[in-house]
Design a protein around this ligand. Structure first.
Ligand code: UD1
Length: 427
Protein backbone atom coordinates (compact mmCIF):
# COMPACT_ATOMS: atom_id res chain seq x y z
CA UNK A 1 0.00 0.00 0.00
CA UNK A 2 1.25 3.48 -0.90
CA UNK A 3 2.06 6.07 1.74
CA UNK A 4 2.70 9.79 1.56
CA UNK A 5 5.91 11.20 2.96
CA UNK A 6 6.06 14.88 3.83
CA UNK A 7 8.95 16.93 5.12
CA UNK A 8 7.39 19.91 6.83
CA UNK A 9 8.49 23.53 6.83
CA UNK A 10 8.15 24.79 3.26
CA UNK A 11 5.86 27.65 2.32
CA UNK A 12 3.47 27.20 -0.61
CA UNK A 13 3.82 29.58 -3.55
CA UNK A 14 2.51 29.42 -7.10
CA UNK A 15 -0.68 28.17 -8.74
CA UNK A 16 -2.94 25.17 -8.25
CA UNK A 17 -5.68 24.26 -10.72
CA UNK A 18 -8.84 23.23 -8.89
CA UNK A 19 -10.38 20.05 -10.30
CA UNK A 20 -14.02 19.35 -11.02
CA UNK A 21 -16.07 18.65 -7.89
CA UNK A 22 -16.29 15.00 -6.93
CA UNK A 23 -19.61 15.60 -5.20
CA UNK A 24 -21.12 17.01 -8.39
CA UNK A 25 -19.41 14.64 -10.84
CA UNK A 26 -20.86 11.55 -9.13
CA UNK A 27 -24.56 12.55 -9.29
CA UNK A 28 -24.06 14.04 -12.78
CA UNK A 29 -22.73 10.68 -13.96
CA UNK A 30 -25.72 8.98 -12.32
CA UNK A 31 -28.07 11.36 -14.18
CA UNK A 32 -26.94 9.68 -17.43
CA UNK A 33 -29.20 6.75 -16.46
CA UNK A 34 -32.23 8.99 -17.05
CA UNK A 35 -31.92 9.21 -20.83
CA UNK A 36 -31.31 6.92 -23.78
CA UNK A 37 -29.25 9.72 -25.35
CA UNK A 38 -25.63 10.63 -24.68
CA UNK A 39 -24.62 12.79 -21.70
CA UNK A 40 -21.18 14.33 -22.19
CA UNK A 41 -19.53 15.68 -19.04
CA UNK A 42 -16.54 18.03 -19.05
CA UNK A 43 -14.13 18.70 -16.18
CA UNK A 44 -14.64 15.28 -14.57
CA UNK A 45 -11.89 14.71 -11.98
CA UNK A 46 -9.72 11.58 -12.26
CA UNK A 47 -10.50 10.01 -8.89
CA UNK A 48 -10.97 6.54 -7.46
CA UNK A 49 -14.65 7.29 -6.68
CA UNK A 50 -15.28 8.35 -10.29
CA UNK A 51 -13.68 5.12 -11.54
CA UNK A 52 -15.76 3.09 -9.10
CA UNK A 53 -18.97 4.73 -10.30
CA UNK A 54 -17.95 4.07 -13.93
CA UNK A 55 -17.90 0.36 -13.01
CA UNK A 56 -21.33 0.60 -11.41
CA UNK A 57 -22.84 2.43 -14.37
CA UNK A 58 -21.22 0.00 -16.83
CA UNK A 59 -22.91 -2.81 -14.93
CA UNK A 60 -26.28 -1.15 -15.64
CA UNK A 61 -25.38 -1.09 -19.35
CA UNK A 62 -24.06 2.45 -19.71
CA UNK A 63 -21.50 2.82 -22.50
CA UNK A 64 -18.69 5.02 -21.17
CA UNK A 65 -15.97 6.71 -23.22
CA UNK A 66 -13.18 8.89 -21.95
CA UNK A 67 -12.77 11.42 -24.79
CA UNK A 68 -9.99 13.50 -23.27
CA UNK A 69 -7.96 13.00 -20.16
CA UNK A 70 -6.64 15.44 -17.65
CA UNK A 71 -2.89 15.43 -18.29
CA UNK A 72 -3.00 19.19 -18.68
CA UNK A 73 -5.01 19.48 -15.43
CA UNK A 74 -7.98 20.49 -17.57
CA UNK A 75 -10.22 17.66 -16.37
CA UNK A 76 -11.52 14.65 -18.27
CA UNK A 77 -14.30 14.71 -20.83
CA UNK A 78 -16.34 11.54 -20.44
CA UNK A 79 -19.43 10.51 -22.36
CA UNK A 80 -22.10 8.30 -20.84
CA UNK A 81 -24.61 6.61 -23.09
CA UNK A 82 -27.38 4.59 -21.44
CA UNK A 83 -29.21 3.69 -24.67
CA UNK A 84 -30.56 0.69 -22.82
CA UNK A 85 -30.46 -0.26 -19.16
CA UNK A 86 -29.46 -3.91 -19.16
CA UNK A 87 -29.62 -4.50 -15.40
CA UNK A 88 -31.55 -2.64 -12.69
CA UNK A 89 -29.61 -4.25 -9.84
CA UNK A 90 -26.66 -2.48 -8.18
CA UNK A 91 -24.87 -5.28 -6.32
CA UNK A 92 -23.25 -5.15 -2.90
CA UNK A 93 -19.72 -5.73 -4.27
CA UNK A 94 -19.94 -2.50 -6.28
CA UNK A 95 -22.06 -0.28 -4.01
CA UNK A 96 -20.39 -1.05 -0.68
CA UNK A 97 -17.24 0.95 -1.52
CA UNK A 98 -19.01 4.27 -2.00
CA UNK A 99 -22.19 5.61 -0.47
CA UNK A 100 -23.14 7.85 -3.41
CA UNK A 101 -23.60 4.83 -5.68
CA UNK A 102 -26.84 4.15 -3.76
CA UNK A 103 -28.25 7.22 -5.52
CA UNK A 104 -28.74 5.21 -8.76
CA UNK A 105 -32.00 4.07 -7.17
CA UNK A 106 -33.67 7.38 -8.16
CA UNK A 107 -33.06 7.34 -11.93
CA UNK A 108 -33.47 3.55 -12.23
CA UNK A 109 -36.86 3.73 -10.57
CA UNK A 110 -37.89 6.73 -12.68
CA UNK A 111 -36.86 5.27 -16.04
CA UNK A 112 -37.19 1.52 -15.54
CA UNK A 113 -39.88 1.56 -12.82
CA UNK A 114 -37.81 -0.83 -10.70
CA UNK A 115 -34.48 -1.01 -8.91
CA UNK A 116 -32.66 -3.36 -6.57
CA UNK A 117 -29.81 -1.56 -4.88
CA UNK A 118 -27.54 -2.72 -2.08
CA UNK A 119 -27.61 -0.63 1.08
CA UNK A 120 -24.59 1.72 0.90
CA UNK A 121 -21.11 1.85 2.42
CA UNK A 122 -18.76 4.86 2.23
CA UNK A 123 -16.76 6.83 4.78
CA UNK A 124 -17.29 5.71 8.38
CA UNK A 125 -18.29 9.13 9.68
CA UNK A 126 -21.61 8.23 11.27
CA UNK A 127 -24.51 5.85 10.78
CA UNK A 128 -25.68 7.63 7.60
CA UNK A 129 -29.10 6.00 7.19
CA UNK A 130 -31.20 6.12 3.99
CA UNK A 131 -34.64 6.72 5.54
CA UNK A 132 -35.11 10.13 3.83
CA UNK A 133 -34.41 8.56 0.43
CA UNK A 134 -36.89 5.77 0.98
CA UNK A 135 -39.62 8.01 2.42
CA UNK A 136 -39.15 10.42 -0.50
CA UNK A 137 -39.44 7.64 -3.09
CA UNK A 138 -42.47 6.21 -1.27
CA UNK A 139 -44.12 9.65 -1.46
CA UNK A 140 -43.72 9.39 -5.26
CA UNK A 141 -45.69 6.13 -5.12
CA UNK A 142 -42.85 3.59 -5.00
CA UNK A 143 -43.22 0.41 -3.00
CA UNK A 144 -40.09 -0.37 -1.00
CA UNK A 145 -38.94 -3.64 0.56
CA UNK A 146 -35.64 -4.35 2.27
CA UNK A 147 -34.41 -7.90 1.77
CA UNK A 148 -30.95 -9.38 2.49
CA UNK A 149 -29.27 -5.98 2.58
CA UNK A 150 -30.94 -4.80 -0.63
CA UNK A 151 -33.57 -2.14 -1.18
CA UNK A 152 -36.10 -3.41 -3.70
CA UNK A 153 -38.13 -0.56 -5.13
CA UNK A 154 -40.98 -0.66 -7.61
CA UNK A 155 -42.88 2.22 -9.18
CA UNK A 156 -46.68 2.06 -9.41
CA UNK A 157 -48.29 1.13 -12.74
CA UNK A 158 -47.67 3.94 -15.21
CA UNK A 159 -44.61 5.20 -13.30
CA UNK A 160 -43.80 7.44 -10.34
CA UNK A 161 -46.30 10.15 -9.41
CA UNK A 162 -45.37 13.69 -8.44
CA UNK A 163 -46.06 14.64 -4.83
CA UNK A 164 -44.92 16.87 -1.99
CA UNK A 165 -41.76 15.63 -0.26
CA UNK A 166 -40.57 17.38 2.87
CA UNK A 167 -37.24 16.20 4.27
CA UNK A 168 -37.02 16.29 8.09
CA UNK A 169 -33.39 17.45 7.76
CA UNK A 170 -31.41 18.75 4.79
CA UNK A 171 -29.76 15.85 2.96
CA UNK A 172 -27.61 16.24 -0.13
CA UNK A 173 -27.96 12.63 -1.25
CA UNK A 174 -31.71 12.38 -0.65
CA UNK A 175 -32.24 15.64 -2.57
CA UNK A 176 -30.22 14.39 -5.56
CA UNK A 177 -32.06 11.08 -5.55
CA UNK A 178 -35.63 12.34 -5.21
CA UNK A 179 -34.95 15.15 -7.71
CA UNK A 180 -33.68 12.62 -10.28
CA UNK A 181 -36.67 10.39 -9.63
CA UNK A 182 -39.15 13.28 -9.93
CA UNK A 183 -37.96 14.62 -13.30
CA UNK A 184 -39.62 11.66 -15.09
CA UNK A 185 -42.62 11.29 -12.74
CA UNK A 186 -46.19 12.07 -13.74
CA UNK A 187 -47.18 15.47 -12.41
CA UNK A 188 -45.44 17.94 -10.14
CA UNK A 189 -43.15 17.24 -7.20
CA UNK A 190 -42.32 19.84 -4.60
CA UNK A 191 -39.23 19.06 -2.51
CA UNK A 192 -39.22 21.09 0.68
CA UNK A 193 -36.18 21.47 2.89
CA UNK A 194 -34.09 20.44 -0.13
CA UNK A 195 -30.31 20.75 0.00
CA UNK A 196 -29.05 23.82 -1.88
CA UNK A 197 -25.37 22.96 -1.95
CA UNK A 198 -23.73 24.24 -5.20
CA UNK A 199 -23.36 20.59 -6.31
CA UNK A 200 -27.15 20.10 -6.08
CA UNK A 201 -27.68 23.20 -8.23
CA UNK A 202 -25.08 21.94 -10.71
CA UNK A 203 -27.00 18.68 -11.09
CA UNK A 204 -30.37 20.48 -11.31
CA UNK A 205 -28.99 22.72 -14.07
CA UNK A 206 -27.72 19.67 -15.95
CA UNK A 207 -31.15 18.03 -15.68
CA UNK A 208 -32.68 21.24 -17.09
CA UNK A 209 -30.17 21.09 -19.96
CA UNK A 210 -31.46 17.54 -20.54
CA UNK A 211 -35.05 18.79 -20.80
CA UNK A 212 -36.24 18.58 -17.18
CA UNK A 213 -38.50 21.29 -15.77
CA UNK A 214 -37.14 22.44 -12.42
CA UNK A 215 -37.64 25.75 -10.66
CA UNK A 216 -36.40 26.97 -7.30
CA UNK A 217 -32.79 25.96 -8.09
CA UNK A 218 -30.42 27.41 -5.42
CA UNK A 219 -33.25 27.51 -2.84
CA UNK A 220 -34.56 25.04 -0.25
CA UNK A 221 -37.73 24.39 -2.32
CA UNK A 222 -37.43 22.63 -5.64
CA UNK A 223 -40.48 22.42 -7.91
CA UNK A 224 -40.20 19.71 -10.51
CA UNK A 225 -42.74 19.23 -13.27
CA UNK A 226 -42.32 15.72 -14.59
CA UNK A 227 -41.62 15.25 -18.32
CA UNK A 228 -41.99 12.13 -20.43
CA UNK A 229 -38.38 11.93 -21.61
CA UNK A 230 -35.01 13.56 -21.14
CA UNK A 231 -32.50 14.05 -23.93
CA UNK A 232 -28.73 14.16 -24.13
CA UNK A 233 -26.63 17.19 -23.19
CA UNK A 234 -23.11 18.48 -22.83
CA UNK A 235 -22.42 19.80 -19.34
CA UNK A 236 -19.49 20.94 -17.22
CA UNK A 237 -18.77 19.82 -13.65
CA UNK A 238 -18.32 22.85 -11.39
CA UNK A 239 -14.96 23.41 -9.62
CA UNK A 240 -14.48 21.56 -6.34
CA UNK A 241 -15.11 24.01 -3.48
CA UNK A 242 -13.88 21.47 -0.92
CA UNK A 243 -10.59 20.98 -2.76
CA UNK A 244 -10.25 24.78 -3.06
CA UNK A 245 -11.01 25.23 0.65
CA UNK A 246 -8.51 22.51 1.53
CA UNK A 247 -5.69 24.20 -0.39
CA UNK A 248 -6.67 27.56 1.08
CA UNK A 249 -6.20 26.05 4.53
CA UNK A 250 -2.90 24.48 3.50
CA UNK A 251 -1.60 27.93 2.46
CA UNK A 252 -2.99 29.46 5.65
CA UNK A 253 -1.02 26.82 7.54
CA UNK A 254 2.34 27.08 5.77
CA UNK A 255 2.21 30.71 4.72
CA UNK A 256 2.82 31.77 1.13
CA UNK A 257 0.88 33.03 -1.87
CA UNK A 258 -1.10 30.68 -4.11
CA UNK A 259 -3.60 31.34 -6.88
CA UNK A 260 -6.30 28.64 -6.79
CA UNK A 261 -7.22 28.66 -10.46
CA UNK A 262 -10.93 28.12 -11.23
CA UNK A 263 -11.68 28.43 -7.48
CA UNK A 264 -14.81 30.43 -6.61
CA UNK A 265 -14.96 32.18 -3.24
CA UNK A 266 -18.77 32.48 -3.50
CA UNK A 267 -19.05 28.68 -3.24
CA UNK A 268 -17.23 28.66 0.10
CA UNK A 269 -17.91 32.10 1.49
CA UNK A 270 -18.48 30.89 5.07
CA UNK A 271 -15.10 29.15 5.18
CA UNK A 272 -13.38 32.08 3.43
CA UNK A 273 -14.85 34.49 6.01
CA UNK A 274 -13.48 32.36 8.84
CA UNK A 275 -10.03 32.28 7.25
CA UNK A 276 -10.11 36.06 6.74
CA UNK A 277 -11.05 36.53 10.42
CA UNK A 278 -8.16 34.24 11.32
CA UNK A 279 -5.78 36.57 9.48
CA UNK A 280 -5.56 35.09 5.97
CA UNK A 281 -5.83 37.25 2.89
CA UNK A 282 -8.32 35.89 0.30
CA UNK A 283 -9.19 37.67 -2.93
CA UNK A 284 -11.28 36.57 -5.89
CA UNK A 285 -9.48 37.26 -9.15
CA UNK A 286 -10.67 36.80 -12.72
CA UNK A 287 -9.58 33.17 -13.11
CA UNK A 288 -9.59 31.93 -9.50
CA UNK A 289 -8.91 33.16 -6.01
CA UNK A 290 -5.66 34.06 -4.32
CA UNK A 291 -4.74 33.03 -0.80
CA UNK A 292 -1.92 34.78 1.04
CA UNK A 293 -0.73 34.19 4.57
CA UNK A 294 2.42 34.73 6.56
CA UNK A 295 2.23 31.34 8.26
CA UNK A 296 2.28 32.62 11.81
CA UNK A 297 0.02 34.07 14.44
CA UNK A 298 -3.35 32.81 13.16
CA UNK A 299 -6.23 34.00 15.32
CA UNK A 300 -8.38 31.17 16.76
CA UNK A 301 -11.92 31.46 15.34
CA UNK A 302 -14.81 29.29 16.52
CA UNK A 303 -16.67 27.34 13.85
CA UNK A 304 -19.88 25.35 13.65
CA UNK A 305 -20.50 23.19 10.60
CA UNK A 306 -23.81 23.67 8.83
CA UNK A 307 -25.56 22.98 5.55
CA UNK A 308 -24.83 25.37 2.67
CA UNK A 309 -24.22 28.31 2.85
CA UNK A 310 -22.80 27.48 6.30
CA UNK A 311 -19.32 26.17 7.06
CA UNK A 312 -19.04 22.78 5.27
CA UNK A 313 -18.56 19.62 7.32
CA UNK A 314 -16.19 18.49 4.56
CA UNK A 315 -13.72 21.21 5.64
CA UNK A 316 -14.02 20.60 9.38
CA UNK A 317 -11.02 18.25 9.68
CA UNK A 318 -8.78 20.53 7.60
CA UNK A 319 -9.80 23.54 9.69
CA UNK A 320 -9.05 21.63 12.86
CA UNK A 321 -5.55 20.90 11.58
CA UNK A 322 -5.13 24.61 10.93
CA UNK A 323 -6.31 25.61 14.40
CA UNK A 324 -3.73 23.31 16.04
CA UNK A 325 -1.27 26.13 15.27
CA UNK A 326 -3.50 29.10 16.17
CA UNK A 327 -2.56 31.57 18.90
CA UNK A 328 -5.16 30.41 21.44
CA UNK A 329 -8.25 28.24 21.83
CA UNK A 330 -10.75 27.50 19.04
CA UNK A 331 -14.05 25.64 19.44
CA UNK A 332 -15.22 23.52 16.53
CA UNK A 333 -18.72 22.06 16.58
CA UNK A 334 -19.75 19.31 14.15
CA UNK A 335 -23.51 19.39 13.59
CA UNK A 336 -23.95 17.31 10.41
CA UNK A 337 -22.41 13.93 11.27
CA UNK A 338 -22.25 12.40 14.73
CA UNK A 339 -18.91 10.66 14.39
CA UNK A 340 -16.64 12.92 12.43
CA UNK A 341 -13.73 13.45 14.82
CA UNK A 342 -11.62 10.42 13.95
CA UNK A 343 -8.79 12.69 12.84
CA UNK A 344 -8.42 14.00 16.40
CA UNK A 345 -6.48 10.95 17.60
CA UNK A 346 -4.21 11.19 14.55
CA UNK A 347 -3.65 14.96 14.92
CA UNK A 348 -2.65 14.27 18.55
CA UNK A 349 0.30 12.26 17.20
CA UNK A 350 1.71 15.52 15.83
CA UNK A 351 1.54 16.96 19.37
CA UNK A 352 -1.78 18.80 18.83
CA UNK A 353 -3.82 19.66 21.91
CA UNK A 354 -7.48 18.79 21.16
CA UNK A 355 -10.23 17.76 23.58
CA UNK A 356 -13.58 16.30 22.49
CA UNK A 357 -16.76 17.05 24.37
CA UNK A 358 -19.71 15.50 22.52
CA UNK A 359 -20.15 17.37 19.24
CA UNK A 360 -17.48 19.92 20.22
CA UNK A 361 -13.74 19.89 19.76
CA UNK A 362 -11.65 22.33 21.75
CA UNK A 363 -8.38 23.02 20.02
CA UNK A 364 -5.57 24.75 21.86
CA UNK A 365 -2.94 26.01 19.46
CA UNK A 366 0.63 24.83 19.99
CA UNK A 367 3.76 26.64 18.76
CA UNK A 368 5.06 23.67 16.75
CA UNK A 369 3.80 20.30 15.47
CA UNK A 370 6.18 17.34 15.24
CA UNK A 371 6.30 15.00 12.23
CA UNK A 372 4.58 11.66 12.92
CA UNK A 373 3.42 8.35 11.49
CA UNK A 374 -0.32 8.71 11.02
CA UNK A 375 -3.15 6.85 9.39
CA UNK A 376 -5.90 8.21 7.15
CA UNK A 377 -9.32 7.27 8.52
CA UNK A 378 -11.66 8.84 6.00
CA UNK A 379 -11.53 11.02 2.94
CA UNK A 380 -11.49 14.54 4.40
CA UNK A 381 -9.75 13.50 7.63
CA UNK A 382 -6.85 12.15 5.61
CA UNK A 383 -6.08 15.48 3.99
CA UNK A 384 -6.09 17.19 7.40
CA UNK A 385 -3.09 15.00 8.26
CA UNK A 386 -1.32 16.19 5.12
CA UNK A 387 -1.97 19.82 6.12
CA UNK A 388 -0.50 19.16 9.56
CA UNK A 389 2.48 17.40 7.99
CA UNK A 390 3.24 20.44 5.81
CA UNK A 391 4.27 22.47 8.87
CA UNK A 392 5.36 19.73 11.25
CA UNK A 393 8.97 19.64 12.28
CA UNK A 394 10.60 16.63 10.56
CA UNK A 395 9.08 13.85 8.54
CA UNK A 396 5.46 12.69 8.42
CA UNK A 397 4.22 9.45 6.91
CA UNK A 398 0.52 9.13 6.11
CA UNK A 399 -0.68 5.58 5.50
CA UNK A 400 -3.98 4.26 4.05
CA UNK A 401 -3.96 7.00 1.45
CA UNK A 402 -6.52 5.21 -0.68
CA UNK A 403 -8.94 7.44 1.25
CA UNK A 404 -7.17 10.48 -0.25
CA UNK A 405 -7.27 9.04 -3.76
CA UNK A 406 -11.04 8.77 -3.52
CA UNK A 407 -11.44 12.53 -3.45
CA UNK A 408 -8.25 14.50 -4.17
CA UNK A 409 -6.81 14.50 -7.67
CA UNK A 410 -2.97 14.43 -7.77
CA UNK A 411 -2.70 16.01 -4.35
CA UNK A 412 1.03 15.49 -3.93
CA UNK A 413 1.75 16.79 -7.43
CA UNK A 414 -0.34 19.93 -6.90
CA UNK A 415 1.32 20.67 -3.54
CA UNK A 416 4.77 19.67 -4.79
CA UNK A 417 4.59 22.18 -7.65
CA UNK A 418 4.02 24.92 -5.06
CA UNK A 419 7.11 24.01 -3.08
CA UNK A 420 5.93 21.33 -0.63
CA UNK A 421 8.37 18.50 0.03
CA UNK A 422 5.88 15.67 -0.48
CA UNK A 423 6.08 12.32 -2.24
CA UNK A 424 4.11 9.14 -2.68
CA UNK A 425 6.12 6.10 -1.69
CA UNK A 426 5.38 2.45 -2.33
CA UNK A 427 6.55 0.00 0.33
C1 UD1 B 1 -22.94 14.51 0.99
C2 UD1 B 1 -21.51 14.61 0.51
C3 UD1 B 1 -20.55 14.60 1.70
C4 UD1 B 1 -20.93 15.70 2.68
C5 UD1 B 1 -22.41 15.63 3.05
C6 UD1 B 1 -22.88 16.80 3.88
C7 UD1 B 1 -21.48 13.58 -1.66
C8 UD1 B 1 -21.02 12.43 -2.51
N1 UD1 B 1 -21.20 13.48 -0.36
O1 UD1 B 1 -23.07 13.28 1.68
O2 UD1 B 1 -19.24 14.82 1.20
O3 UD1 B 1 -20.18 15.55 3.86
O4 UD1 B 1 -23.23 15.60 1.85
O5 UD1 B 1 -22.65 18.00 3.20
O6 UD1 B 1 -22.03 14.54 -2.15
N2 UD1 B 1 -29.41 11.53 6.88
C9 UD1 B 1 -30.40 10.77 7.47
N3 UD1 B 1 -31.19 10.00 6.68
C10 UD1 B 1 -31.03 9.97 5.33
C11 UD1 B 1 -30.03 10.75 4.72
C12 UD1 B 1 -29.22 11.54 5.54
O7 UD1 B 1 -30.57 10.79 8.70
O8 UD1 B 1 -31.79 9.24 4.65
C13 UD1 B 1 -28.53 12.37 7.73
C14 UD1 B 1 -27.07 11.92 7.71
O9 UD1 B 1 -26.83 10.87 8.58
C15 UD1 B 1 -26.36 13.19 8.11
C16 UD1 B 1 -27.22 14.30 7.45
O10 UD1 B 1 -28.49 13.68 7.19
O11 UD1 B 1 -26.40 13.36 9.50
C17 UD1 B 1 -26.69 14.88 6.19
O12 UD1 B 1 -26.28 13.85 5.33
P1 UD1 B 1 -26.35 14.00 3.72
O13 UD1 B 1 -26.50 15.43 3.36
O14 UD1 B 1 -27.36 13.04 3.22
O15 UD1 B 1 -24.90 13.51 3.31
P2 UD1 B 1 -24.50 12.69 2.02
O16 UD1 B 1 -25.43 13.03 0.89
O17 UD1 B 1 -24.29 11.27 2.36
Amino acid sequence: MDRIRIKGGNQLNGEIVISGAKNAALPLMIASLLTSEKLVLDNVPALADVKQLQKILANHGVDIKINANSDDMGGQQISFHASQISDTCAPYELVSAMRASFWVIGPLLARMHEAKVSLPGGCAIGTRPVDFFLDGLKALGASIKIEDGYVIAKAPKGGLRGNRVCFPKVSVGATHTVMMAAVLANGTTIIENAAREPEVSNVANCLVAMGAKISGIDTHTLIIEGVEKLHGANFEVLPDRIEAGTFAMAVAMTGGDVLLKKGRVQDLQAAADVLIDAGVDIKQERNGFRVKANGAGLRPINVETDVFPGFPTDLQAQYMALMTRAAGEAHIKETIFENRFMHVAELARFGADIKIDGQNAIVNGVPQLRGAQVMATDLRASVSLVIAGLVADGETFVSRIYHLDRGFERLEEKLGRCGADIARISD
